[in-house]
Design a protein around this ligand. Sequence first.
Ligand code: C2E
Ligand code: MG
Ligand code: MG
Ligand code: MG
Length: 292
Amino acid sequence: IRRNLDRSVVAEYDSALAARARLRYELRHALRGDRRHGRLEVHYQPQIDVEAGKLIGLEALVRWCHPEFGLVAPAMFVPQAEQSGRIFELDAHVARLVCEDLKRWLAKGLDPVPVALNFSRVSLMHPELFARLETILRETGVPGRLIELEVTESVLLDSLQPLYPRIAALRSLGVHIAIDDFGTGSSNLDALADFTFDRLKADRQFVHGVASDHKKAGLFSLIHGAARVFDAELICEGLEDEADLAWLTSRGVHCVQGWLFSRARTARDIEHLLLRFHDAQERQLSVGELRA
Ligand code: C2E
Ligand code: MG
Ligand code: MG
Ligand code: MG
């Protein structure tokens, strides 16, 4: 029995390894444009200022349209890409797809809002990052101010020095910087103070249920205070509940993103949304209309 058990454990381990190797192999080919392994697609989640009743931004979230598995979530392949050294290729590919969408929206006379890209630490430190982004922006004619890079606090953990000139160079293109998942990493407030960024994203874990959990409310207030100190705009992610929204707005927080308003949507859906804004007076819609 013992031997059989071991064998089945080994077999399971082998098949997990094989599945991972296959995913890596296929992702590499999908990134190269080999359609047999599917293609990467960008979905966009609206960011809303509930006070102004305005769409203020979009977060680009990558999905892999796989011929066999359907729409695959980033949790299934972003860590893989990080481990196999393909993450820069992936993040740059997403940047290109986003700028092509923006180019199309601009060409149609729409007035698109800035799009936030999730950039892994490795991508941010990649020696070709600046040149690649500059090329993509130039070739698509998209102004840098329509792009925001979301980085997690972990980028601030080690070797900060080489990061400053990089961030400054990116900002010289007009690109904005946001700190993603704030509060979940090992925050180095001292390092953050030396770092120039535009927005702070409060992670879902401090937003979901904030209205009914004292401890969460306290932690959220700390994050809110940090945003003020750093002179950054605070945006809350993962907003699902009406009660949490009421709690936030009563404390003067009005920039939100979450399923209460909308999940990530296809580029086509977003185009329709931009069109509605375009037609609405002063680009303003009621909060109800903003819900998908
Ligand atoms: P993130 O940047 O923190 O993105 C937020 C995640 O929360 C997204 O999951 C989004 O769909 C989900 N979300 C949004 N609103 C709600 C809500 O109200 N409730 C709940 N429960 N979830 C909500 P998604 O799309 O699966 O992405 C997961 C993570 O994958 C992202 O976390 C980001 O770290 C990473 N990621 C996505 N796209 C890229 C990319 O192009 N490059 C890199 N390097 N990472 C990416
Ligand atoms: Mg993000
Ligand atoms: Mg986040
Ligand atoms: Mg998150």
